[in-house]
Structures are given as C-alpha cells and as structure tokens.
Write a protein that binds this ligand. Sequence first.
Ligand SMILES: Nc1ncnc2c1ncn2[C@@H]1O[C@H](COP(=O)(O)OP(=O)(O)O)[C@@H](O)[C@H]1O
Ligand SMILES: [Mg+2]
Length: 293
Amino acid sequence: MNRLVVQRNIFTISLIFFIITYFCVYKNTSMLATTILSPDFLKHFNISEILDNKPTSGQKRVHIVIKDGIKIALKIISVIDERIERELKIYEVFKSNNGIPCILDVQRYGHELVISEEYIEGQDLSQVLGEYIGDSEKIRKLIFLIAEIMEPVWDGDYVHRDLKPQNIRIKDDGTPVVIDFGIARDLGDGTITPIGFQPNSWPFASPEQLFAKKELISYRTDFFCLGIIAHFLFTGKLPFGNSQLEISTCFSQEQITFDIGDEPLNLFLNIVLKYKVAERPRTVENFKNSLSI
Ligand SMILES: Nc1ncnc2c1ncn2[C@@H]1O[C@H](COP(=O)(O)OP(=O)(O)O)[C@@H](O)[C@H]1O
Ligand SMILES: [Mg+2]
C-alpha cells in the first residue's frame, strides 16, 4: 500500500516537473528571458541595469535597460526573418520622423538579433486610457497626430497593421510615438508573403485582417484600426464586440452606424469604420479632414 502511494507521488512530481519544463523551455517564456540576459550578455552590451522585462510575444523579447549609461528599449529577436528586416528598413527610411523611435544599434548575438531602440519616455496609450474617456477633442487631436506620423509611412507604401493602444507611446507632453513596426508590410515588395497581425491584436483588427483577406490590406486598414482606437478611447468599449467571434459575426452582417453622443466623433467613425475598404477615405488628407480639426 505504502509503496503504491510513493510510486504515485513520484509519478505526480515527475509529471509536474515535465509540464513546468515544457512551458518554460519549449514555450520560450520567462525562464529563457532571464537566462538570455546572462552576465556575458550584460557585459557584451555594457548593460548596467535591467529596469523592466516586458511580456514575451512570439519571437521577440523586450527589456528596458540602462546600456552605455542611457535608458533604452532592448529588443531581442530569436528568429531572424524578413519581418525583422522589414522592421529595420522602416526605421532606417523614417529615422528623421520624430514620431517613430530611433534605432541606436543592431547586432547579432549568437542566433539572435539584438536591437537597441531609443527609449520613449511616457506611457503606453493603454496605460492612460482614462485620460481620454469622453474627451472628443483630445481624442481627435491624438488621432490627427498619429496620422501625421504615419503619413510618410503610408505614402511610402508601408502599412503598420498592428495599431493598438499598446503600440502607441504617449510622451509627457501628450504627443504620440508609434512603435512596433514588426509586421508592417512593404506593399511595393511583391516577394513578401504578407502575414497576419499578432494573435492578441484581434480587438483592434479590421475585417480584411480578421478574414485574412491579405490582398485587401492597405493604408486604409490602418485607418480602420485608428477608428477602433478612437471609439475605444471615447466610450471605453470596443465598437464591434468583446470576442473574436462576436466581432467577426458583426463584420459579416450589415454595416453598423455609430451614435456615441458626440457629433464630430460620430462623423469620423461613420466615415472610417466601414467594413468595405473601398468605402473608407481614399486619401490621408480625407482621413485627416474627417476628424473636423
Ligand atoms: N522604444 C520604446 N520606448 C519605450 N517603451 C517601449 C519601446 N519599445 C517598446 N516599449 C515597451 O515594450 C512593449 C513591447 O514592445 P513592442 O515593440 O510593442 O513589442 P511586442 O512585439 O512584444 O508588442 C511596448 O508595449 C512598450 O510598453
Ligand atoms: Mg507591441
């Protein structure tokens, strides 16, 4: 009897150990993130302090560190593919754009790519949502500033494709900076297989993204995402539902007309939140004009 209990305990402990090992090692989670910042790594990059470890997303880990005496966002990419090269190209092409962080250094370290990015003081828009609720003018001005940052990017035939509050930094003076161009797509490069948005980005995704209609993705996809952000900021609610299924169902039905109790925002939302791409503003100028600023 006792032997049976011991055997069962050994089995349970082994199972728990196996599960923990699987999630930590194979799922590439925090255990790997802390081991990668080994003393050698810290010495190589002259990092004196780790201030924050951001949650891992896919192939990328972000650490806020002091490197060479300054605060930077250190982005470690485990798989070097064309997505990363595109992201770097965008930063290179638009490095004089104040609304996009500067890349200070890019190095290969073992099998990984380590990118040192200018740290943008302030907070993610997702952390300061409360400051925008019900403030139509503040929201329209913010969307306008984001459109100004994005205008040369859109004109250059790039699309961000993952505009959401977590990818917009708000500086202390209220001006936005757009980050995380990881899945931006160079529309001029026909050799690139377009890929989807991040799995957790569905709340801010357009119909063409949710339905994987890749050929329909354009700057007007970003227009739609900015419309969702504006609705979310004003009302505190997502415009099309709270689950991926609810949102997809909504997109397959008749076009919704918005009335959120604010005329200028109603006008903007009813112009940009069109399920059909062709019905959204044709130019950035039209998009900006629809904000009534
Ligand atoms: N340049 C930066 N300045 C300040 N914070 C940043 C910067 N880049 C990233 N972050 C922070 O790290 C988080 C994750 O970075 P991001 O580039 O968006 O990677 P992910 O692909 O994991 O979303 C951001 O939401 C933001 O809080
Ligand atoms: Mg992000």
